[in-house]
Design a binder for this molecule. Sequence first.
Ligand code: HEC
Length: 182
Amino acid sequence: MKLTLKTTLSNRARNALALTVMGVLAVFSYSASLVAQNDERSIPVPVSINALMVTLIDHSAHYIWDYSVMEREISADEWRTIEYYAIQLAGSGPLITLGGSGSLDNTWADSDAWISYSRTMTNAAMLALDAAKNKDQGLLATSGDVLVASCEGCHDAFKPGTPTEGITHAPDYDYLYHLFER
Ligand code: HEC
């Protein structure tokens, strides 16, 4: 009887130990899978800042500037166009803080000044978005000024004399801009 009890107890102890080990293993594999999930949730930017500048940022900013200096009244369709480009530009600020595939992109994105210029650019685009929502041409003009300052400030601080990948707005990408005028 005594022996049976002892056996039972030691079986229980073994079971408890096994459960503990399983528990610890489960916690380990859970945290390992969390790390894997986090890796899967972060997508390295596969294109360069040079390319994004030309095809996305410069492209959308030019529409906003064209309308920001317009003296006649802006039509409802045009306000919608401004809204679209303001959204693209607002989203591109955070995007360029993630770095990119260009040789200097990740170094640039590591700098506080880079983040600050990107934030100013996004804020300027949000002003343009507000202007579009309220059909406010005065606010659109202000957003255009804040926008120029953000581009120029960052370019003075970071932009090399010749683009690292040789991508410029003209002539290769010029036709994008003129699509709208057709
Ligand atoms: C946070 C910094 C930053 C901001 C903000 C920024 N740029 Fe740039 N831009 C750069 C850098 C750096 C390059 C050079 C990229 C390279 O050479 O790889 C560049 C390149 C460019 C280029 C292509 C290169 C060339 O010489 O033509 C254009 C066009 C451009 N930017 C337009 C703009 C416009 C327009 C804005 C504002 C609406 C703007 N950028 C805002 C940093 C910035």
